[in-house]
Design a protein around this ligand. Structure first.
Ligand code: SAH
Length: 417
């Protein structure tokens, strides 16, 4: 078990006393990692991860420390965090020659915040402010809800750099409070245990945000992940535009009612289904906050769809936004199978001319695989589906194309003809 390990100091790098502007830990000697021949190309092309098998040699490395990444010809490629235990032992922080210190993080945070200027100007107050590699801060996720930050640390390297990023984070994003909610399963493989603690101010249990003009409670402490899924903001707004007054909408995997409320705001009659009582409880509160009405049902969405009698009144819209289910190539088939089942069992409950919104939130299942799965399910039902639209994660989850894994969320808008 590792508890708040610090960067280890191994000498001051020959600096004069007067040069010291930052804590001594900044001067830690960096290890070196040499890549195998040809493996430098992807790093030069801005891909941030190195796998174990791509490493030729290491020197002076320490799990959780910083390393200089080098080509086989000794060409410096960048500075990275290193952890031999992790699936991707090397995660590149920068390809420039720069110090990894508070100023580095200040620059990164300032750039990330300006990328979100449009969202902020549009009045959204729940925003993903940092999205790990996609914002060039590998291992660091920050969501901000009405000024309250919720940070997740996903790598030992980033954990060790915390003394450099906490203060700039509070400052650049103007945070009233900052909660670390590092309780995700992925930390175990980095040798990190779960940690939930206040890093600044008094983090509230929940915060109220505005999204597309609607009010939502983000249950920061008790809810899933950081409390609210900002990634579907764009798709929710799109749904509100498409739904007509009086439409019957079934929101499966509703969580706190993101799609449900946007539909209700368009005048629809909505049923939100989720397996988690807290989610539905919050969805109900969210409806009241906006003077809207929705029905909620605590159920396993798979079982609910399968057991719903065919003679039940059909829906104009069915939203299917299941959890990731699979994060690796090895388990991709289970996600495909889950999506097939959902679509197969949803189709009989859709009116002719009605639409399905099928979302997958795993890089392992791209637009092509998701479409193929929907095609198979529709074929097995003897239905033809028309692809009306495709939505992706909203812009606070940036998707640099040099790093394909950043693009994980897609929504296919399929109309039954
Ligand atoms: N659509 C939501 C986000 C969905 S997150 C939004 O717009 O915010 C996935 C949700 O699926 C979670 O709320 C989780 O509780 C729920 N869930 C997981 N497995 C489920 C199942 N088998 N049946 C119903 N809900 C489930």
């Amino acid at each position: 078990m590792r508890r708040s390990p610090k960067v280890r100091v191994r000498g001051h790098g020959g600096l004069e006393r007067g040069d010291l502007q930052y804590p001594l830990t900044l001067m830690a000697k960096r290890g070196k990692v040499w890549l195998k021949p040809g493996r430098d190309k992807k790093i030069r092309n801005a891909y941030p991860w190195v796998q174990k098998g791509e490493i030729r040699q290491v020197a002076d490395v320490e799990d959780g420390g910083l390393v200089t990444l080098l080509s086989v010809d000794n060409d410096p490629l960048g500075i990275a965090t290193y952890n031999s235990q992790a699936r991707f032992p090397v995660r590149v922080l920068t390809r420039e020659k720069e110090e990894i210190d508070a100023e580095f993080f200040r620059r990164r945070f300032t750039e990330a915040w300006s990328r979100r200027e449009g969202l902020r100007a549009a009045g959204h107050t729940g925003i993903r402010a940092l999205y790990s590699e996609a914002d060039f801060v590998p291992g660091l996720i920050l969501d901000i809800f009405d000024g309250h930050g919720v940070v997740q640390v996903r790598s030992l390297g980033m954990e060790n750099l915390r003394e450099h990023w906490i203060a700039p984070m509070v400052d650049v994003f103007g945070l009233t409070s900052l909660l670390e909610k590092s309780d995700m399963a992925g930390r175990a493989e980095e040798g990190l245990d779960s940690r939930v603690e206040a890093l600044h101010g008094n983090p509230p249990d929940s915060a109220q945000i505005v999204e597309n003009g609607l009010h939502f409670i983000a249950p920061i402490r008790e809810g899933l992940k950081t409390g609210h899924y900002c990634d579907q903001r764009l798709a929710r707004a799109r749904l509100r535009d498409k739904v007509k007054p009086g439409d019957r909408v079934l929101d499966c995997f509703s969580y706190t009612g993101g799609f449900a409320l946007h539909s209700a705001a368009a005048g629809a009659q909505v049923l939100a289904v989720d397996i988690l009582p807290l989610a539905l409880d919050t969805a109900g509160k969210n409806a009241r906050l906006n003077s809207l009405t929705i029905d909620t049902l605590e159920a396993n969405a798979f079982e609910y769809l399968e057991s719903l009698p065919e003679e039940t009144e059909k829906f104009d819209w069915i939203i299917l936004d299941p959890p990731a289910i699979s994060k690796t190539k090895e388990t991709r088939d289970s996600l495909k199978w889950a999506v097939w089942k959902l679509v197969y069992h949803a189709l009989p409950h859709l009116k002719p001319g009605g639409s399905l919104l099928v979302c997958t939130c795993s890089y392992q299942m791209g637009v092509t695989e998701t479409l193929e799965t929907c095609r198979l399910a529709a074929g097995d039902r003897g239905c033809v589906l028309m692809l009306d639209d495709i939505t992706l994660q909203d812009v606070d989850h940036p998707a640099p194309i040099s790093f394909p894994e950043a693009l994980y969320l897609k929504g296919l808008w399929l109309r039954k003809v």
